[in-house]
Design a protein around this ligand. Structure first.
Ligand code: AMP
Ligand code: MG
Length: 397
């Protein structure tokens, strides 16, 4: 049962909903999304304070050439506030609370202090250079709605409101399983005719990059028993990703055993290249991605299918990152019935993003993927694209 690219994306997101919340230390919450609305527990600023180093005075005294008696000093952080009496000034530092009676602040640059007196050089209006209580954020207002990405400004805001722990969406636990008798684990002796299980590492790195916690399940051998044991283990995670064992040449052990374990398959093949033998299913709340084994196909299908699901699980919006519009540097031909992905180098030329082929587009060529900083999506329904045609690309970094 093969489906189109858009339909595959739609089915995956339809089967995915955000994980529950957990409390995280504020710094660990950075880069994640808020799982609940955040209401300001108090006004920000909390009290009227000075925007300048200067003198707090009464409005009636703030005339040019007025001479006022300096009756106090209020540095920032002082809780003890000498009031401002008529005809007097209180020296004040930036951020310090405005003392009772203070109606504006005259900056040091606009005053001359001598022998306990200050002479004002200009007349200033009432309220000048005061940051008023609540002028930034009023107590009780919904400052950050659920789903907000916590960037450094949001972290500052939450810290300003004393939030040491914040509710964020839980990180998905993502089990990663490789299949195939030809595989050996990294760090073990490499026998002739075998290859290293490199997909486990690239997938784990991709999962981590997408905010998930990778769980490495190792290798399922090409037997039913081995597949049963490993796949059952993987189904206890939030997401299970397998690589290989789903292409036409294999005895399809992954498919067979997932069905036996009660995974409801949504689709088994997608009309894309590379990555056609990609499958997706669900069991309970576990999402199951069966990706092709070829390292290029594994990573390309991760980007288009798995990453959006991991984003949605963590409350990131939009789940699918926006594509960039780029111009093709060279003409390309393809089969019209499927979407084709091109590994490209996107560069800015005369203010426009131009996509150059990153090299041999054969699926077996990993080095082209290494050189690519983008993947162009050539839509279905067309078979030829000319140099200069505008297309969409996923930017990888
Ligand atoms: P398959 O999907 O089983 O037909 O595998 C396609 C290609 O991917 C073959 O060249 C495999 O050797 C290779 N391959 C499969 N699994 C892995 C893996 N875990 N790491 C690296 N390459 C793999
Ligand atoms: Mg195989």
């Amino acid at each position: 049962m093969s489906v189109g690219f858009d339909e595959a994306c739609r089915q995956i997101l339809a089967a995915t909903s955000p994980l529950g919340p957990e409390q995280a230390q504020l710094l660990d919450a950075a880069g994640r999304t808020l799982a609940e609305d955040f209401l300001a527990p108090w006004d920000l600023p909390r009290y009227d304070n000075s925007a300048m180093d200067g003198y707090a005075v009464r409005a009636a005294d703030a005339a040019a050439a007025a001479e006022l008696l300096v009756t106090g000093y209020n540095p920032a952080g002082s809780g003890d506030l000498p009031p401002v009496a008529p005809g007097c000034a209180v020296k004040i530092m930036t951020g310090a609370a405005i003392p009772p009676g203070g109606e504006l602040v005259v900056p040091v640059e606009e005053a001359e202090e001598k022998d306990g007196k200050v002479r004002l050089l200009t007349a200033l209006p009432v309220r000048e250079h005061i940051r008023f209580r609540g002028e930034d954020i009023a107590a009780g207002s919904k400052v950050l709605p659920a789903g907000t990405l916590l960037r450094p400004p949001e972290i500052n805001l939450l810290a300003s409101f004393g939030q040491a722990l914040v509710p964020v969406y839980r990180r998905p636990r993502v089990a990663i399983l490789s299949t195939g008798d030809e595989l050996v684990e990294l760090g073990t002796p490499l026998v002739e005719g075998r290859i290293i299980n490199s997909n486990a590492l690239s997938l784990a790195a991709a999962v981590r990059d997408a905010g998930g916690e990778p769980l490495l399940l190792g290798i399922a051998r090409d037997t039913l028993e081995s597949h049963r044991e490993k796949l059952a283990q993987g189904l206890t995670a939030d997401v299970l990703i397998t690589s290989a064992g789903v292409s036409a040449g294999d005895r399809d052990l992954v498919r067979e055993v997932l069905a036996e374990l009660g995974v409801e398959q949504k689709f088994w093949k997608v009309d894309i290249k590379p990555g056609r033998p990609t499958a997706f299913g669900v069991k309970g709340s576990t999402l199951v991605f069966s990706l092709p084994g070829n390292p290029v196909s594994t990573l390309v299908t991760f980007e288009f299918f798995v990453r959006p699901a991991l984003r949605k699980l963590q409350g990131f919006t939009p789940a699918i990152r926006p594509f960039a519009r780029v111009l093709l540097a060279e003409a390309v031909r393809k089969r019209p019935e499927r979407v084709q992905f091109l590994r490209v180098q996107v560069r800015t030329e005369q203010d426009r993003l131009v996509a150059f082929s990153a090299g041999d587009q054969n699926t077996g060529i990993l080095s082209t993927m290494v050189r690519a900083n983008g993947i162009v999506v050539l839509p279905a329904g067309r078979d030829r694209f000319a140099a200069g045609d505008q297309v969409e690309a996923l930017l990888l970094d």
